[in-house]
Design a binder for this molecule. Structure first.
Ligand code: SAM
Ligand code: SF4
Length: 344
């Protein structure tokens, strides 16, 4: 386990809970541990990517210090993401240390699945309770086309390993693009539901400039998808859970697993936003669709071990959390950072 420099990592009953200027409670932290990835998914990255120099990467000790400060302020759920989190060295030991932070009730990871075959059991043993796996096609050639480098067979082995490892929950994340994989919506839903895995369909967000496709031409609204699914499944709206945030979930008659939609365009979800993100360079991003941020790595490096100062910086950051994103698929992207820099 990684040693923490934090003086105070226990939940702080006296600290005010994290709340922004719009009355939204923040109880969920996403951590990007790297911007690098072994895939180059068309919607996520450009073909030629410039990754951050490794020396700018936030260290595990710094991540733990920041995570402990969030937990002391009432954050109970952490998701580790990237880039591809499972390619960062010793990520399992980071997860083990994160799961030991008092007050962290849910520790989740989002992965492309390429390293899950080897890591599913170590991740479970480290305290990860939920794994989200990205899967946009069940056709090997198309999978390669969408991810540029991915090997479907390897990812499917990873999904099987995760399924056997016995995580509390596994979710499949799917970004559908009209001319690439819309025809697989039912196959993908069947794949997930029949394995007792939730599936969530995500509308593509205009983060970073891509030349492989037109984001507006590929757009499919969640409503249109739901209409397709409705013809085959009986879907019933679920009431939102405490940490669901922007996802809208539907139960499916005959299955335990659920179908969800993340619909930044067709159904603005900002009013229910409950999360903030730490980038791999240690920048706290207050909104996926805006650049408002605070450099927490700088705070940690300037005041080593000073939890009070870190908590104060986090509380202050809440005041600049924007009310909403302004994604517009018909304009050039306003946000030039790609999703891999942000942590999904
Ligand atoms: N590499 C891991 C993976 O693919 O699951 C974790 C990082 S990835 C950035 C996290 C999630 O963001 C994935 O489910 C991916 O499909 C989604 N994603 C990436 N770029 C996106 C975009 N432009 N719009 C919507 N979702 C996107
Ligand atoms: Fe990599 Fe995940 Fe982005 Fe695909 S979505 S390029 S797997 S970070």
């Amino acid at each position: 386990m990684i040693a923490m420099t934090s003086e105070n990592s226990s939940p702080n009953a006296a600290a005010p809970p994290l709340q922004d200027n719009f009355g939204r409670r923040v109880n969920y932290l996403r951590l990007s541990v790297t911007d690098r990835c072994d895939f180059r998914c068309l919607y996520c990255m450009a073909d030629e990517m410039q990754f951050m120099p490794k020396k700018q990467l936030i260290s595990y000790e710094e991540i733990l210090h920041i995570a402990a400060a969030f937990s002391a302020l009432g954050v109970s759920k952490i998701r580790v993401s990237g880039g591809e989190p499972l390619i960062r060295k010793d990520v399992v030991s980071l997860l083990r240390s994160l799961s030991a932070i008092p007050g962290i009730e849910e520790l989740c990871i989002t992965t492309n699945g390429s390293h899950l075959q080897q890591l599913a059991i170590p991740l479970r043993d480290a305290g990860v309770s939920q794994v989200n796996i990205s899967l946009d096609s069940l056709q090997p050639q198309r999978f390669k086309q969408l991810t540029r480098y991915g090997d479907l067979a390897q990812v499917l082995k990873g999904i099987a390993a995760a399924s056997q490892a016995g995580f509390a929950k596994i979710k499949i994340n799917t970004v559908l693009m009209r001319h690439f994989n819309l025809d697989e919506v039912l196959d993908l839903a069947d794949f997930a539901l029949s394995r007792n895995m939730d599936i969530r369909f995500i509308e593509e967000m205009p983060l970073g400039e891509v030349s492989s496709h037109s984001r507006s031409a590929e757009f499919i609204s969640s409503e249109e998808l739901k209409a397709i699914l409705d013809r085959h499944y009986q879907l019933q709206a679920e009431s939102p859970g405490l940490t669901d945030g922007p996802a809208r979930n539907w139960s499916v008659n005959g299955y335990t697993a659920k179908v969800g939609f993340i619909s930044p365009h067709s159904e603005n979800f900002c009013a229910s936003c409950n999360r903030v993100r730490l980038s791999a360079s240690g920048r706290l991003l207050l909104c996926l669709g805006n650049e408002h941020s605070v450099d927490l790595k700088q705070v940690v490096r300037s005041y080593p071990g000073d939890s009070q100062r870190l908590q104060a910086a986090i509380l202050e950051a809440m005041l600049i959390k924007p009310e909403q994103h302004h994604f517009d698929l018909n304009q050039a992207p306003q946000i030039l950072r790609f999703m891999n820099a942000t942590g999904g």
